[in-house]
Design a binder for this molecule. Structure first.
Ligand code: C5P
Length: 423
């Protein structure tokens, strides 16, 4: 991977800009998502070369692929010899990363068997670069022992997986088999190219993180908000993406920059955050780090409230609890993690409150911290937390929020891989 993170000048590059991605489009209805993926990668400054299999060309036209990528399209194994060099070898070596999307059951089987009976499989056999595959197929085909055997073989060979996700399938059935959405694929590509793939133990997993404050409108110019900066939540999203998880960050208003390799959705109110979270399901991991406003004004006024003799009385009503909703959702993530920010300096009391919150909200873990004024946690760079789980509590010494994020993601990776080993 270290080699893959270097460009021709020998300088280490991170992220997507300036990188060459070879996209293999195989024959599945999800091939249309690959067209959108090409556009997004190009928008982020990547060079995208494409190989279209014979099956792929039944779903998208060579013309669309070539026009979107702005590069010649490669389709035929035997028309590529030239300049004294085998075309497929050059094609596979000049890329920083090869992405197979959609990856059908057939191409996975041929890759696992080491076949080289068309341009795509020949390139995949010849490459010395990392390979990411995004499977897409009927749920029964995905769960078939033959496919699962091939997936296990490919993982053993170091191939990275993203998805498939659960949901409606093109065949009319519902189940696991949908190709991930273009933004998740682009996030996984960014994570792999950012060099963190040395330990991509969350590749093939999906994660959702909430971060920052929410704003609840009072009138067109005023809102109820809080001092949350989003630093901790953004750091967790960045750490999940670095470890290979396809990560969606749903953030309230925050001046933190968008983390590399993460799909960021910006929202304002608690209700918008909840809607974005439920739309992002299913995911494997949910981390609710946002400081969601507990109350909103019952009826926002259409006009600015005028200053008068009396201060206005605001009628507040409770906001929906996003963490509790995710923890009780039909598509409940495998691991649901909440935060408990309390103004409570006694560690024992803090942990007791956090454990009660864990039970009440139905989540698996609570990250508890003391946010009293003197601690400097809100908006600051450092945090001292307790990780409260059913198995017990770990109390970590104060450290940078990025270090807290890394340590939390270590625990997350251990938990999800122990529960469901990556094939
Ligand atoms: O109940 P309390 O606000 O202390 O709970 C904190 C935890 O619950 C955090 O993980 C926060 O992100 C989440 N939460 C939520 N929706 C709310 C309130 C809190 O997701 N409306």
């Amino acid at each position: 991977m270290a080699d893959a993170a270097r460009n021709n000048s020998g300088l280490a590059k991170t992220g997507i800009a300036g990188r060459t991605i070879l996209l293999v489009i195989a024959g599945g209805i999800a091939a249309y998502k690959s067209l959108e993926t090409i556009r997004r990668l190009k928008d982020r400054g990547a060079r995208v070369r494409c190989v279209l299999t014979q099956g792929g060309a039944e779903f998208v036209t060579p013309l669309s692929v070539q026009a979107l990528s702005g590069e010649p399209l490669f389709q035929d194994l035997f028309s590529l010899t030239g300049e004294g060099e085998m075309g497929h070898i050059r094609l596979s070596r000049e890329a920083d990363l090869i992405v197979v999307a959609p990856a059908t059951a057939d191409i996975l089987a041929r890759m696992a068997a080491g076949l080289a009976n068309d341009l795509a499989t020949t390139v995949l056999l010849a490459t010395d670069k990392p390979v990411l595959v995004a499977p897409a197929m009927n749920a029964a085909m995905w769960s078939h022992p033959a496919t699962q055997r091939n997936v296990a073989t490919l993982r053993g060979d170091g191939i990275q997986f993203i998805g498939p996700a659960a949901g409606d399938l093109a065949c009319g059935e519902v189940g696991v088999g949908r190709m991930v959405e273009p933004d998740q694929l682009v996030a996984a590509i960014a994570a792999l190219l950012s060099g963190a793939a040395g330990r991509a133990d969350l590749s093939g997993r999906t994660a959702l993180v909430t971060s920052g404050p929410t704003r609840e409108a009072i009138d067109p110019v005023r809102y109820i908000g809080n001092f949350s900066s989003g630093k901790q939540g953004h750091a967790i999203a960045a750490a999940l993406a670095r470890r290979g998880a396809a990560t969606t960050l749903i953030s309230g208003p925050s001046s933190e920059p968008d983390p590399e390799g993460v799909t960021v959705l910006r929202v304002e109110s608690a209700r918008e955050m909840l809607a974005a979270c439920t739309a992002a399901l299913p995911v494997d991991i949910a981390v609710c780090a946002a400081a969601v406003a507990d109350w909103r004004v019952e009826a926002m006024t259409a006009a600015k409230i005028k200053k008068g003799a009396n201060a206005p009385a605001l009628q507040l009503i409770e906001n929906p609890d996003i963490l509790a909703t995710l923890a009780r959702a039909t598509l409940r993530p495998q691991l649901v993690i909440g935060f408990a920010a309390e103004t409570e300096s006694d560690p024992e009391t803090l942990v007791r409150i956090a454990d009660a919150k864990r039970a009440k909200k139905g989540c698996d873990w609570i990250v508890a911290n003391d946010v009293s004024a003197g601690t400097g946690v809100i908006g600051g760079e450092r945090n001292a937390v307790h990780l409260v789980t059913a198995a017990g509590t770990e109390s970590w010494a104060a450290m940078d929020k990025t270090a807290v994020a890394e340590k939390l993601v270590d625990r997350i990776a251990a938990a999800v891989t122990a529960a469901a080993p990556a094939a």
